[in-house]
Design a protein around this ligand. Structure first.
Ligand code: ADP
Ligand code: MG
Length: 350
């Protein structure tokens, strides 16, 4: 990518000068941070449209979350470029430098990818025709195409040892220049090579799209970040091989795919009901289908190709067998022995 020149290339990626940043209107606000649109002055004098994120200083733990998100973005920018929105760098604003919206703290800066997330498309009545136009594919290929974009992003993150842990339509953005969907928001991601942003007994923040097992590794797994880096990096491949933490993201991608393919499942309440029904069916999509009998008009994208979409969705939504520990944690008994395992992003792409 054409890097923005200027700034200093250092360990935390590129540091920008305060006078080169302009903060404009707010794009969104979560419980920990605020996201703004803005501009970054490049050395050639042009202004690059950017997205800026800053944590709320009064929320406990927010600074630490910001630091984790920063580290994960630096790592992903190096090792999984293109898989997620382009991270450009950061700007540290001291108290006496703050002015206007550029308040004290560390600001993270990304390239502005586009104005619409997948959530915005899913809310539209003309969701499929609109996506069909954007993506340049026939309406019946939309669900598979968007899923492919998500899986490609995930496959790259997983290959780098990162689990996203918050795959959902709000965190999938249509990148206008690349004409494709990209993942954003590594705020909940875990680097399972080094243990950055990973606590074995801490489950995810937003359960809406999270896999039913809730954890990406058994809760009695080693606390990687507390070990010396070489030891953590030696243990990590064993954990990946044994427990396949990336399958956590596969499940979320499967849910998003179902919402794209089956219009009825798009409203939040319908998604909740789908999850409950799947739970009651032992996470067996064929059983859900037999029970709910969705009309063919709702399932065209899944029925095509001899029901290929059904098979793919079923393989992403399969359960991981888990056992509860006395202390309330979980271990994965087995991901494979019980028959077919949930599919990885790479396998699903094939
Ligand atoms: P949060 O931690 O609040 O969820 P996100 O990183 O998901 O923060 O960003 C919040 C919103 O800001 C996104 O849902 C999206 O609408 C917008 N956004 C974030 N990053 C970008 C980007 N690179 N380009 C365009 N819009 C973005
Ligand atoms: Mg988000």
């Amino acid at each position: 990518p054409a890097p923005i020149v200027g700034g200093r290339e250092i360990k935390k990626w590129v540091s920008f000068a305060i006078e080169d940043l302009k903060v404009k209107n707010a794009l969104g606000e979560g419980s920990y941070g605020q996201v703004f649109e803005g501009f970054l002055r490049c050395t050639d004098g042009s202004d690059e449209r950017v997205v800026l994120k800053r944590v709320k200083r009064r929320v406990e733990g927010a600074e630490e979350m910001n630091r984790m998100e920063h580290l994960l973005n630096v790592y992903a920018a190096r090792s999984a470029r293109g898989a997620v929105a382009d991270f450009l760098g950061y700007c540290e604003v001291a108290r006496d430098q703050a002015f206007g919206k550029l308040t004290e703290g560390v600001w993270l800066v990304w390239r502005y990818e586009g104005s619409r997330t997948l959530a915005a498309y899913l809310r539209r009545r003309d969701c499929l025709p609109a996506l069909s136009r954007e993506l340049g594919v026939p309406a019946e290929a939309v669900a598979a195409t968007v899923l492919r974009h998500i899986l490609e992003g995930l496959a790259a993150l997983h290959a780098a040892g990162v689990v996203h842990r918050d795959v959902k339509p709000l965190n999938v953005i249509f990148a206008e220049e690349a004409q494709r969907f990209k993942l954003i928001d590594l705020g909940a991601a875990a680097d399972l090579r080094t243990g950055t942003n990973y606590q074995p007994d801490e489950s995810i923040l937003d359960p809406t799209y999270a896999a039913p097992e809730q954890f990406c590794l058994p809760t009695d797994s080693p606390h990687l970040a507390r070990h010396a880096r070489p030891l953590a990096m030696a243990m990590s491949p064993l954990l990946w091989g044994r427990h396949k933490p990336d399958l956590f993201d596969s499940y979320s991608a499967g849910l998003v795919f179902m919402q794209l393919a089956v219009p009825r499942l798009r409203p939040p309440g319908a998604l909740r009901a789908f999850r409950e029904a799947m739970n009651a069916c032992g996470h067996d999509l064929a059983a859900w289908r037999a029970r709910e009998r969705p009309p063919p008009a709702q399932t065209a994208a899944l029925d095509a190709g001899g029901g290929a979409g059904w098979d793919l969705a079923a393989s992403l939504l399969r359960p991981r067998r888990i056992a509860e520990l006395d202390n309330g944690g979980v271990v994965f008994i087995d991901a494979g022995r019980s028959g077919a395992a949930r599919m990885s992003a790479t396998a699903a792409l094939k």
